[in-house]
Design a protein around this ligand. Structure first.
Ligand code: NAD
Length: 354
């Protein structure tokens, strides 16, 4: 491990750029050498927070003490900022979605390779605890074999900010939240995606989607339903997962949740019929007493290191990236398939074959 700290300049000192300064401060291996933003007011905010504000991107690239550029601008300019960084011999951490298309990303990875520099995408939600609890259940069969996963994020605030409303800047919820939720699923489920169907919502009348639903079928039999909504005044749980031996629910990011599993010890008793609405049902009656066990969520699966520690190890050549570029490319291609499925109202078959 190198004894000196790796210096980073954050390009785009907006909401996420300023959050990165806090996260980097918490990691002893990296330090923020400054920021660059096109807006004077954001340069002043950077100086006020104690971070040198470079006057131009050329000045950043010409500064030999800067080893890494962290890109936290709107999505449409990620590529050009990254390509210039590689030409100047810098490493790049790039915010998600890394690019506007899979073709753009291929250009970026080729430029990184040609320059012998690292390009790592900030798919930080692989570290979210709610996701890692589900990953633990998936990897270890806590509730049997997971065969259906429903992953949702719901808000009621519409699309925030300015550029997120614009198609040309890479706006819309599929590129914004979708990229996180899809990245989590493809990272966890080691199987080919055999079919993709989807629909986008335009409730708010924007030129970009304000939400979407996508259903993915995996070759190993797992089905995943992914949904993002921005006009949900009552939210559905963050995760609802079904296994062959039980069901799990995680309501929110505070990890309110539980698992309910079949009680192997109890003799198989028929449920007692209940009145449901104006009818009678045994099928939908609660399981008879003792037939199930309700437990707390299992502890979250661990990843080998934090995003930033992993990045420092990768540029020192001592570790493989946890977020690998071929995985990022596959997610971008899946997003393109989801757009195509919604546009044509058709199921895309054998997604991973192409
Ligand atoms: P924002 O609008 O708050 O900030 C963007 C900043 O970039 C603005 O200050 C703007 O002036 C500046 N900018 C625009 N073009 C520039 C250029 N060419 N050079 C320098 N500065 C430029 O946006 P945000 O919410 O911070 O999002 C920024 C990026 O971070 C997006 O790619 C977004 O998807 C991503 N993001 C990621 C997460 C996450 O959890 N990983 C969360 C939020 C945002």
């Amino acid at each position: 491990m190198s004894s000196h700290k790796h210096t980073i300049v954050i390009v785009g000192y907006g909401g996420m750029g300023s959050y990165h300064t806090q996260l980097i401060e918490e990691n002893g291996r990296l330090e923020v050498a400054g920021t660059f933003d096109l807006l004077e007011e954001r340069r002043s905010a950077s100086e006020a927070a104690g971070y040198t504000a470079y006057a131009s991107y050329e000045d950043v690239l010409a500064d030999p003490k800067v080893g890494t550029i962290l890109i936290a601008t709107p999505n449409d300019v990620h590529k050009e900022i990254a390509l210039a960084a590689f030409r100047a011999g810098k490493h790049v951490i790039c915010e998600k979605p890394v690019a506007m298309s899979s073709d753009e990303f291929i250009e970026m990875t080729q430029a990184a390779e040609a320059a012998g520099r690292v390009l790592m995408v900030h798919q930080n939600r692989r570290w979210d605890e709610d996701f890692r609890v589900i990953k633990e259940m998936y990897d270890h069969g806590t509730i049997g074999s997971l065969f259906q996963l429903e992953s949702r994020v719901h808000g009621a605030n519409g699309i925030p900010g300015d550029w997120r409303h614009m198609k040309a800047q890479g706006g819309g919820m599929l590129l914004d939240w979708g990229v996180h939720l899809l990245d989590q699923l493809l990272f966890m489920i080691d199987s080919r995606v055999t079919s993709v169907s989807s629909n986008l919502s335009f409730v708010l009348g924007n030129e970009v989607d304000d939400g979407f639903e996508a259903t993915l079928q995996f070759e190993n039999g797992v089905k995943a339903i992914v949904e993002v909504g921005t006009t949900n005044f009552i939210t559905l749980p963050r995760w609802y997962v079904k296994g062959t031996e039980g069901t799990g629910i995680i309501e929110d990011w505070s990890l309110t949740g539980r698992i309910v599993t079949r009680n192997q010890e109890s003799e198989k008793l028929e449920p007692t019929p209940i009145r449901a609405g104006v009818g009678l049902t045994k099928t939908m009656a609660p399981p008879s007493e003792g037939a199930t066990i309700t437990e707390a969520l299992p502890p979250a699966a661990e990843l080998s290191s934090s995003f930033y520690t992993n990045f420092a190890d990768v540029i020192e050549g001592t570790a493989e990236p946890i977020v690998k570029n071929p995985e990022v490319l596959r997610v971008l291609k899946l997003i393109e398939a989801i757009f195509a499925a919604a546009e044509t109202n058709q199921t895309i078959k054998d997604f991973d074959r192409y």
